[in-house]
Design a protein around this ligand. Structure first.
Ligand SMILES: C[S@@+](CC[C@H](N)C(=O)[O-])C[C@H]1O[C@@H](n2cnc3c(N)ncnc32)[C@H](O)[C@@H]1O
Length: 269
């Protein structure tokens, strides 16, 4: 067992939702939601269309789904993120959104969902097999039978020290705020026993005259597809219906350059 205090996963930048959102504003959230929505239509065998975003951060998917008319709920372990989403939804008059502080390693919910999502490798913060299986069971408990759990994970080539799939240094700006990211500015070797890797993230923020520097350490579980399938089978709660290589229906997980993520579609048994 890897013992790891929860704070290890709470990068300081998560307490600054505006900076986080600017850093990650390059993403095609509409395109990602198109994919998630079409998987829900194609693969779910329940008619429940309520959505749960686990570790929802600044609520980029939450807002997009709410705009499309879905009832969408989300939780995150960082209160600043939760407050941010509440404020954003209130400003935009999105009433079907419910957000709360919660921990994905252990949670319960009275309501049931047709789709749960876990985006941008948040799942890699579950470090042990026990944590992963416990989490999968908790998600299954809040899904209808035939409901889906869709997870965005790192492509396996990035876990094996091969050529990288993603650019880890970038710069984004909004108004007079410039956010410069070096996501893996120091990457330690993977612990061969626990398969946990320590990675350092550096973010520099220039806001008008002021400059702030965030240097943060995070632990990620290295998770490969065969192992993921085995853990899903061990959970006894899901079947793997497909694994995609990005948010596009014609790109399955494989070794080609077009495939740069690992996105399993799990269906509750
Ligand atoms: C990489 S961000 C992804 C946020 C969002 N899903 C997105 O796509 O932008 C990871 C998020 O997971 C949250 N988080 C980390 N550990 C968590 C936990 N144990 N339970 C719930 N949320 C957690 C962080 O606060 C952060 O908002």
């Amino acid at each position: 067992m890897v013992s790891c205090p929860k704070e290890m996963h709470i990068l300081e930048i998560y307490k600054y939702p505006l900076y986080y959102e600017i850093a990650f504003q390059y993403r095609d959230i509409e395109g990602e939601c198109d994919f998630l929505e079409s998987q829900l239509e194609l693969q779910a065998t329940t008619s429940n269309r309520r959505i749960l975003d686990i570790g929802g951060g600044t609520g980029m998917h939450v807002v997009e789904f709410a705009r499309r008319g879905y009832e969408v709920h989300s939780f995150d372990i960082v209160p600043e993120m939760v407050d941010w989403v509440k404020k954003k939804c209130k400003q935009q008059g999105l009433e079907k959104v419910k957000v709360w502080i919660g921990d994905m390693t252990d949670f319960k919910q009275r309501l049931h969902y047709g789709l749960a999502i876990n985006m941008l490798t948040t799942f890699n913060y579950l470090l042990t097999n026990e944590d992963i299986i416990h989490h999968l069971k908790a998600v299954a408990d809040v899904l209808d039978k035939g409901g889906l759990y869709i997870i965005e994970l790192t492509h396996p080539r990035d876990c094996l020290g091969m050529e990288k799939s993603t650019l880890n240094q970038w710069l984004e700006r909004r108004g007079d705020i410039v956010v410069e990211v070096d996501w893996d500015y120091e990457v330690h070797p993977v612990d061969p026993i626990t398969q946990v890797q320590e990675r350092l993230v550096k973010i520099e923020v220039q806001e008008g005259e002021n400059r702030r520097s965030f240097k943060m350490k995070q632990l990620n579980r290295i998770l490969l597809p065969q192992e993921l399938k085995a853990l899903v089978a061990c959970s006894g709660a899901f079947e793997v219906v497909d694994i995609f290589g990005t948010f596009k229906e014609d790109i399955k997980l494989d070794s080609s350059r077009k495939s740069w993520r690992m996105i399993p579609i799990l269906r509750k048994l």
